[in-house]
Design a protein around this ligand. Structure first.
Ligand code: WT7
Length: 655
């Protein structure tokens, strides 16, 4: 490969391997045979997976791909998503099985069985009908992590309204943009929720957004905190309207391609993209992957995904996948450090959680807080651990496996996106030998590849762009109201392939390593180096909890590597001086090679992150290049950049 064609370096060498536990392998839901079955007849494989669901009318064709990239899955089939997630479990005699063990941040709890859920969803569906919501209308949902959130989503699905859940941390302006784009008729919200030990208001944000959004006719308000709120003509209390409804509602069948939900993702520029997911294919793949990737044993496992339902992870793996499978889940309202830094581990011990799904950013935070915290809790119920959202650094993977999983549990690193709707690349816990940091293989039925600049597959050992070569059931169908942007954003970089925006490498064994967004790749002396690899090398130093790396313009090398580092709680006080920076630079040079040695290392107390936990490297690039810091409105904590800038005079640099 010539230098200009070189896509992404392949520097990291990770030799640790973790075979699946024998017992898990022996009883695994999915075995290695599934890969061959799916490869031999991909559509036949997906036809069999759709049989997990109850269809009121069978489909005629598995896939219509006659007008790419506009896919139709399970063509002609009809089903009701809420019926599949709730009623059919009750009809099968499992009405008393717990659907959600809900835990409020202040310590209050609610238990919802499938029978409870059927009644509550029916009431909410009847309430929406009374408000004039009809099949095809859009309903925005802006709620904290309380049971009314999944209940509202399922009520929409039940009557064929398309929900648009907006994360409770978004501003009035961001909410209004989303209400306008979807032309939402109703907003479901709450007075507030609990965060960090205090009530955190939501209603004032909705008041401001709804006043400016012409489409909104009603605001349905759940009382959660009991704090005073302003009441407008468009407002109606949940306890006034929903509580008096009948607990019965007959679900109607909808087309397999009926729009189930819109979920907005903020692109790097411009207005947010309304990612549209539909019914039959989405539910099939979320149910299948939840079963396969976590090896879900419906009647034994207690599953907990710590994400917020405001993100796709919560849609697919707190609501639709687990409920379609009739699983028992934990749902938690608050933050991991309230009232103490062991809260999550306390919850796992309390409910004897067996399957746990979280994000690398959380794992690295726990590493920073110290090993002694999880050590105080009995975590022996756990049997599979999952990771999602970012590349998991090998060191964070090993910490997770050891300190949370007691070295017994496989860790599944699951790669997917809001756009893919469900997991695409992941180990199978009973089949795959785990490699710290690698997402390994596309799941059975998924065709992914790593290609070079010209769309040619790279050989084993090569790096490049991650693409999907065949449509998949839970794929986005379009960007809401903007087919052209859908085609341009995802299907125009490489002919006939979906380009996900991520860089990846394929190692000598043919296994996949995700390297983050290609926009984050640095060009150092003609070499493309991924920020992820350098960050992982830094985190593998025993004194480093977290690291973020950016490329800054450099007169000599084109770009130079600048690293921002958070020390571990146990690292001691000697992390401020030049010696520590030199130690880290040498460590990276030893781990990855001299080409990857950072020019500059800054020790910082925090990193700028979006509300879903992704590092905002754009802001760090501003710091590294001595520019004034750009737009910080999507930061989870807008004061972080001040903390970092305050550290600047002491920044150490080497030429
Ligand atoms: C982007 C999608 C998928 C739900 C949460 C995020 C990154 C996600 C991994 C992983 C490396 C990952 C990618 C992807 N990402 N999972 N296991 N390894 N990177 O959804 O907000 O749509 O973000 O997250 O860059 O493109 P999202």
């Amino acid at each position: 490969m010539s230098e200009s064609q070189e896509t992404l370096s392949n520097l990291l060498r990770e030799k640790r391997r973790f075979p699946p536990p024998a017992e898990l392998a022996a009883s695994a839901n999915v075995t290695a045979a599934a890969y061959d079955e799916a490869a031999a007849d991909r559509l036949g494989f997906w036809a069999r997976q759709a049989e997990r669901l109850s269809w009121t009318k069978p489909w005629d064709d598995v896939l219509d791909w006659s007008d790419p990239p506009f896919a139709k899955w399970y063509v002609g089939g009809e089903l009701n998503v809420a019926y599949n997630c709730v009623d059919r479990h009750v009809e099968a005699g499992r009405g008393d099985k717990v659907a959600y063990h809900w835990e409020g941040e202040p310590g209050d709890t609610r238990t919802l069985t499938y029978a409870d859920l059927q009644r509550e969803v029916s009431k909410a569906a009847n309430a929406l009908l009374e408000l004039g919501v009809r099949n095809g209308d859009r309903v925005a949902v802006y709620l904290p992590m309380i049971p009314e959130l999944p209940i509202s989503m399922l009520a929409c699905a039940r009557i064929g309204a398309t929900h648009s859940v907006v994360f409770g941390g978004f501003s009035a302006d961001a909410l209004r943009t989303r209400l306008d784009d979807a032309r939402a008729k109703v907003v479901i919200t709450a007075d507030g929720g609990y965060r960090r030990g205090k009530p955190s208001a939501l209603k004032p944000t909705v008041d401001e957004a709804a006043a400016a959004a012409a489409s909104v006719e009603h605001v349905l308000v759940v009382r959660r905190t009991g704090e005073d709120v302003a009441v407008h003509d468009r407002d109606v209390w949940w306890h006034d309207l929903v509580d008096r409804q009948s607990g019965e509602h007959a679900p109607e069948p909808h087309d397999a391609e009926h729009p189930l939900y819109i979920l907005y993702t903020s692109g790097t520029t411009g207005k947010p993209k309304g990612i549209l997911h539909t019914s039959g294919g989405y539910l099939t793949q979320t149910a299948y992957t939840h079963d396969a990737v976590f090896d879900l044993k419906r009647d034994e496992d207690v599953y907990w995904c710590s994400a917020d339902i405001g993100w796709v992870t919560g849609h697919s793996y707190i609501v639709y996948g687990p409920l379609a499978n009739g699983a028992t889940s934990v749902m938690y309202e608050g933050t991991p450090d309230t009232p103490h830094q062991g809260r999550w581990w306390e919850i796992i011990a309390k409910y004897e959680v067996t399957l746990f799904y979280t994000a690398p950013t959380a794992i690295r935070t726990f590493m920073k807080w110290g090993d002694d915290i999880p050590a105080q809790y009995d975590l022996t119920s756990l049997r599979v651990l999952g990771s999602v959202g970012e590349p998991i650094n090998p060191e964070a993977y090993v910490w997770y496996r050891h300190h949370i999983g007691g070295d017994r549990t496989p860790v599944v690193d699951t790669w997917w996106q809001t756009e893919t709707g469900a997991v695409m690349i992941s180990p199978l816990p009973g089949v795959t030998e785990g490699k710290p940091g690698a997402a390994m293989r596309p799941l059975p039925g998924i065709v992914a590849d790593v290609v070079d600049d010209e769309g040619r597959s790279v050989p084993d050992g090569g790096g490049g762009f991650l693409v999907l070569r065949e449509p998949w059931p839970s794929m986005l169908r379009t960007i809401w109201g903007d087919d052209e942007r859908y085609v341009k954003t995802y299907w125009s970089r490489f002919d006939g392939m979906y380009f996900a925006g991520d860089g990846a490498k394929r190692d000598e064994d043919g296994d996949l390593w995700l390297l983050g967004r290609v926009d984050d790749v640095m060009l150092v002396s003609g070499h493309n180096i991924s920020t992820t690899e350098v960050e992982s090398a830094l985190v593998s130093h025993p004194k480093v909890a977290e690291a973020a790396v950016v490329g800054a313009t450099d007169p000599v090398t084109g770009q130079a590597i600048v690293a921002f580092v958070i020390p571990r709680g146990s690292a001691g006080a000697d992390v401020e001086g030049e010696e520590f920076a030199a130690e880290l630079r040498d460590h990276v040079a030893r781990t990855l090679g001299p080409i990857a040695k950072p020019r500059q290392i800054m020790v910082v107390p925090e990193l700028p992150k979006t509300r879903s936990g992704k590092i905002m490297r754009r802001l760090l690039r501003d710091v590294a290049e001595n520019r004034s810091v750009g737009d910080v409105t999507t930061l989870a904590d807008s004061t972080v950049m001040d903390l970092i800038s305050a550290k600047l005079p002491s920044a150490k640099s080497e030429d």
